[in-house]
Ligand binder design. Structure first.
Ligand SMILES: [Fe+2]
Length: 294
């Protein structure tokens, strides 16, 4: 599984790539088991939408905590930092020095508050404080992973190749159909089996479409940025620091995984006797041996 040269080339040429069956069966099954715990009944309903909708189906989650990295469990966390997602993002950022800036689980069904026929838009309004140039050192790649089958009637994402808006200053970031018909006429609907992924950029027009029949969709937004620019990224991970699952994940993560969330690397001037002792106190199960005091 994973990306091929064909996907990489398609992303270069069109600003997006669709990778069917990106996850292997074990990854998908195990992710779906975790999802079942967060949103009971949704996967069952997605598989058979003739039945009752899940309890509380149209209420916002009581806490967005359970729907955002780090998740309770390990599979959705592993998918967030999937080596193939990182490899793909790093090809376009031309660097392995990446920051994972987003990992959010999303779900919706027909009639749900998130069920909408969106307008064609770019995502950069909440992924950068500035503007996304066509340069690798600022290149952000967004992934939308699907955990349920996406049919034509089940709200497929629509995406329009950047061959239709090449060499423009990408402003405004949204167009209604009447104002920019060709973006809609040239859209491609991402109809894929569960376990597939759409990769797209901050310079790629796309939109969510509405459900046309009773159905449900569970997806996972994961985005990578180059690590250095502080103006990139949808949120700051320290907000999650108060939760037990974050504590656990931080303690068990590899050095590389921690760095993907912005944690200081071994050798960084951050590491002193004091910070070493402080971090060890905060994360008693973390192996502190790579973080030598400078
Ligand atoms: Fe979007």
């Amino acid at each position: 599984m994973g990306f091929t040269d064909h996907h990489v080339q398609h992303y270069r040429d069109h600003g997006y790539a669709i990778i069917e069956n990106f996850l292997d069966a074990t990854e998908l099954d195990s992710a779906r088991d975790e999802i079942d715990l967060f949103i009971p009944g949704w996967l069952e309903y997605a598989a058979n939408p003739t039945g009752e909708k899940p309890e509380g189906w149209n209420e916002p989650p009581r806490s967005r905590r359970t729907m955002r990295f780090p998740f309770k469990g390990s599979q959705l966390n592993a998918i967030t930092l999937h080596p193939e997602l990182r490899r793909f993002a790093s090809i376009f950022a031309e660097s392995d020095d990446l920051f994972c800036e987003q990992s959010d689980l999303h779900y919706k069904c027909k009639g749900h508050y998130a069920d909408a026929d969106q307008v064609m838009h770019l995502d950069y309004m909440n992924h950068t404080l500035a503007y996304p140039p066509n340069l690798p050192e600022y290149w952000q790649t967004a992934f939308l992973l699907y955990y349920t089958d996406v049919t034509l009637d089940a709200a497929p994402t629509a995406v329009c190749s950047w061959t239709h808006y090449k060499d423009e200053i990408l402003w405004p970031t949204a167009y209604e159909q009447k104002d920019r018909t060709e973006l809609y006429e040239n859209e491609v609907k991402v109809v894929v089996p569960a376990g597939s992924v759409l990769a797209y950029s901050m310079r790629t027009f796309h939109r969510g479409t509405a459900f046309k029949e009773e159905a449900a969709r569970v997806g996972h937004f994961i985005t990578y940025s180059p690590a250095r620019p502080k103006w990139l990224g949808i949120l700051g991970w320290p907000e999650q620091g108060v939760y037990g699952s974050f504590q656990k994940w931080m303690s068990e993560a590899t050095l590389e995984e921690r760095e993907l969330l912005g944690f200081p690397k071994p050798g960084d001037s951050y590491w002193t006797e004091e910070t070493r002792a402080g971090v060890a106190a905060r994360f008693p199960d973390m192996d502190m041996s790579p973080y030598l005091a400078l």
